[in-house]
Design a protein around this ligand. Sequence first.
Ligand SMILES: N[C@@H](CCC(=O)N[C@@H](CS)C(=O)NCC(=O)O)C(=O)O
Length: 235
Amino acid sequence: MSERILYDLVASDPRDRFSPFCFRVKLALAHKDLSFRSELVSFTDKHKIAFTRQSLVPVLVEPDGTVVCDSFRILQHLEERYPQAPLLTPGDVSLAFLQAWTDRSLLAATFKILAPKIHALLQGADQAYFKSSREQRMGVTLETLARDESKYRSILNTTLEPLRTLLNAQPCVSGAAIGAGDVLILGNMLWAEGVLGEPLLPPDDPISAWRQRMEPWVQKALAMASVLQAGRIPI
Ligand SMILES: N[C@@H](CCC(=O)N[C@@H](CS)C(=O)NCC(=O)O)C(=O)O
């Protein structure tokens, strides 16, 4: 039997994985105890995923050759094929809203803080591609984002308020037990922590208490993805 492969976005240092969407898949695979090999893809070597006829990671290739793109479609695929340790609850209408909030509000607010630091993790053609594509997408320069970091920190803080309320009322984002909601938010946190080299939020934030409870799962996912731990600052 051949192996399961996850195509994962990488910076110059192979420890620097900086895709929140790829983190979602690593977390889901770890939760379901499904081993995989990470195939590292940088912005300018995306010919590695040309066989998918699209240009985004994550891409999952199953041992039987099945190819699935898009983090949420991969979650759905894993749930159907490997129902152990379920992450999706049938008929959960709130998940669609949570995904939209994560993708549109949380990721966008976090990205404005991380973008200048991601740029510093890249080199050469990857760095130039990141700067031009992201500045065009956001309509603001990386230098302006860096200069106004405190403003963007404050916007992120406000954006996170509903999540704080939720996690004050229940142990996991998805309710009493870990679910896809936790995958979505944790993917965002790991992305931020990896880029910043430190926790995104102060230890007394209610979201940090939840993040701490997720640590064994995080460690398992990072070990399975062969992300070296040197330099990671635990919360
Ligand atoms: N909706 C997709 C989004 C995937 C995505 O945007 N991936 C980014 C990395 S975080 C990417 O591959 N970017 C390549 C590029 O910008 O050229 C998902 O959920 O997987």
